[in-house]
Every structure is written in C-alpha cells, then in structure tokens.
Design a binder for this molecule. Structure first.
Ligand SMILES: NC(=O)c1ccc[n+]([C@@H]2O[C@H](COP(=O)([O-])OP(=O)(O)OC[C@H]3O[C@@H](n4cnc5c(N)ncnc54)[C@H](OP(=O)(O)O)[C@@H]3O)[C@@H](O)[C@H]2O)c1
Length: 289
C-alpha cells in the first residue's frame, strides 16, 4: 500500500475525468479518503459532485488559491490540457508549499525523458523542474490513446463514418493504451505501490503494441465494415497544416509513424503484472463519446 489517501486531479478532461472516476471507485471501496478536482470554473461540476468528488475552483495565477486547495492532499495528478502545461509550474510550487507528497505531471503519451524538442521537450522540462524544487514525481508513459483518436476527424480518423487518412506508411509499431486502462493503471499504482517506489519513477503502460494498418484491418475483420483508407505522406500533412496554430494531425501521424514504442516490451506494465488491458480494436468498439 502506498499510504496515499487524498488526491487532487487538476483539470478533469479527456483523461482526467476517467482518473477521477477510478479514484471514486476506490473511495467507494474505502481505499481512498478524498478526491478533489481543481477546476477554473464553478459551472458544470454537478456530475462530479454527484459522484462524490469535491470540485475546487482555483486561479492558477494565485499561489494562495492553489495552496489552499491542496491543503491535506497527498498526491496531485495533473491532467491539464496540452496548451496549458505552463500552469504546472505554479501548481508544482503550491504543491510543494502545501506538503503534497507526490506530483504526477500531465504526460500520458510517448516517452518524454531526455527530450528537448516540441511538446515532448516542454513536458520533460516541466518534470525536471519538479526535481529542482524537490517535489517527488511519478510519470506515466502510455503511448497513444487507443480509443478516442479514431473518432476525431481533425486527426484524420473518422471511423464512425468509415473514412481514414493515415499519415505515412501506417506500418510502424507504436504503443497504444485506452484511456480507461490508463486510468485503471494510474490509480492501481498510486494506491498499491509503496510510496518509496513511486518517487521519481517512470511508469510505462502499454495496452497493445501494433501498427495503424493492423488496427484498421482488425477493425474491418471484426465488424465486417469496409473502411475508406487513404495514405498521405507525412510531408504533405506538414505542409497542409503549416498555417494552423497547432498541426495536430501531423503531430499524431509523426508520433505513430516515427515515434516508436514506449520502449522494450519487458519494461511495460511491470508494476501490475495482472493488468489485462483492452486491445486497440476492443477500445475502438467500446468507445463512448
Ligand atoms: N496519448 C495521447 O494520445 C494523448 C491524447 C490527448 C492528450 N494527451 C495528453 O494528456 C494530457 C491531458 O490532455 P487532455 O486531452 O485530457 O486534456 P483536455 O481534456 O483538453 O483538458 C483537460 C483540462 O485542462 C483544463 N484546462 C484547459 N485549459 C486550461 C488553461 N488555460 N489553464 C488551466 N487549465 C486548463 C480544463 O479543466 P478546467 O476547465 O476544469 O479548468 C480541462 O478540462 C496532456 O498532457 C496531453 O498532452 C495524450
């Protein structure tokens, strides 16, 4: 047992809401005492309250606001959106000042350790900053979300309407994990491993290691539905989105085509050998918007 009983999730969006959900299951089982959700808005939190979470409205520009919200919290799990990663600096400082024992930064993707480029570089720098301020961290490397990405047309994947644009060959191995499985793994690890094992610890989670082409073929075989699949060179995707503030289709395609996997297979899911994740096709079929 980690001994961690009180948790704050900062920004309960695409991944954070599922982590909150899993924490609330543990609260219902009396393994967790308190689940706080840090949010910028008082509106729209009724469902969280009904489930047993405690939303606290915070101002990320106010140290006093953050410290007050984190009073008595053992673990902060940051799931803030990609565009707002900078709020992790005041959040980390406030967590340290409030006596938080562990900080989980908003990673939940490819391995950012040692990276200096782009989004991965920003995430790595944020984590290194936690080390500088002396706040223990645990990071979760998960690969690409296995469920939601296939339903997002701006990523090139519109599986609901049978239309798919694959960036590059689609033949490269990549790591995928469904958001529900990520949430299950995060909460299992944070509530069951000894705290000492979690300090400055890189956790590698992997639902399935496969290629985009294999996923699409598996989906067609399982459903009997024929997909309209176009392959677009990565350079063309880069050029097409060059005037966008965030060329998200190119970013995802380059992660899937060039990013590789989470690392050697024997480094995956080691903290929870009994973990039984979904395959990517199962994650696609069970996805609920
Ligand atoms: N592996 C993958 O395939 C994959 C895919 C997507 C994301 N990710 C990663 O997962 C992490 C979380 O992403 P997500 O998609 O779950 O996030 P998200 O749903 O876009 O947003 C999460 C929360 O961030 C808060 N937020 C938004 N703008 C903010 C701002 N300006 N300042 C402070 N808070 C703000 C919001 O909470 P409130 O409105 O309640 O404050 C929001 O609910 C990121 O690190 C992202 O890079 C990975």
């Amino acid at each position: 047992m980690s001994g961690f009983k009180t948790f704050a999730v900062a920004g309960a969006g695409a991944i954070g809401s599922l982590i909150v959900d899993e924490l609330l299951r543990e609260k219902a089982a009396s393994k967790v005492d308190k689940v706080v959700v840090l949010t910028r808005s008082a509106a729209g939190n009724d469902a969280l309250v009904a489930q047993g979470a405690e939303p606290i409205v915070v101002d990320y520009d106010s140290s006093a606001s953050l410290q007050s919200a984190l009073h008595g919290i053992d673990v902060v799990i940051s799931t803030v959106t990609t565009a707002a990663l900078s709020v992790q600096e005041p959040l980390g400082d406030a967590a340290k000042a409030a006596g938080v024992k562990l900080f989980v930064p908003s990673e939940f993707g490819g391995d950012t350790t040692g990276r200096t480029d782009g989004l991965f570089g920003i995430k790595n720098a944020q984590r290194l900053r936690l080390k500088q301020i002396g706040l223990p961290w645990a990071m979760f490397i998960t690969g690409t979300f296995a469920d939601r990405i296939w339903y997002v047309p701006r990523l090139g994947f519109d599986i609901a309407n049978g239309k798919i644009e694959v960036g590059g060959t689609g033949d490269r191995l990549a790591s995928f994990t469904s958001r529900r499985d990520i949430a299950r793994y995060v909460v299992h690890v944070l509530t069951s491993l000894p705290a000492s094992k979690l300090h400055d610890h890189v956790v590698k989670v992997e639902g399935e290691r496969t290629t985009v082409n294999r996923v699409l073929a598996g989906y067609e075989a399982r459903t009997g539905k024929k997909l309209d699949i176009t392959h677009i060179p990565l350079e063309e995707l880069q050029e097409r989105g060059k005037n966008l503030p965030f060329n998200i289709q190119y970013l995802l395609a380059s992660i899937l085509e060039l990013g590789g996997t989470n690392g050697p297979e024997d480094e995956m899911n080691v903290e929870w050998p009994e973990f039984k994740p979904q395959t990517v096709v199962e994650a696609i079929l069970s996805f609920k918007p």
